[in-house]
Write a protein that binds this ligand. Structure first.
Ligand SMILES: [Zn+2]
Length: 102
């Protein structure tokens, strides 16, 4: 993120929007905590962090249905099997960085 700020000639970053999928293996609260710990003394010092959780899109290997899952219930609503591939949900993206130009 610091590199992105430098490349875009930002004096300081005011807002960072992240997209963290439910299957990315990243815990949003831990990420928020880590971010708070490292930002001091960087261009990110005053940045707000916003974490978006995109929908979990699954593909049923059994009946080839695509459906939105939840971590609590990953079964296919059509055939009720739990044989799925993850279509969306592993993302770990920096969506936007807002800042002030130098
Ligand atoms: Zn199915």
């Amino acid at each position: 993120m610091e590199n992105a700020a430098r490349t875009n000639n930002l004096k300081r970053v005011v807002r960072v929007v992240l997209e963290i999928g439910q299957f990315s293996g990243v815990e949003p609260e831990l990420l928020r905590f880590a971010f708070a710990a490292v930002k001091n003394g960087t261009v990110l010092e005053q940045a707000e962090i916003e974490i978006k959780i995109p929908p979990l899109l699954l593909y049923c290997c059994e009946c080839r249905n695509e459906y939105l899952g939840e971590l609590a219930d990953l079964c296919c609503p059509v055939c009720l099997k739990e044989q799925f591939k993850i279509v969306r949900g592993r993302e770990m993206l920096v969506k936007t960085i807002e800042g002030e130009l130098k």
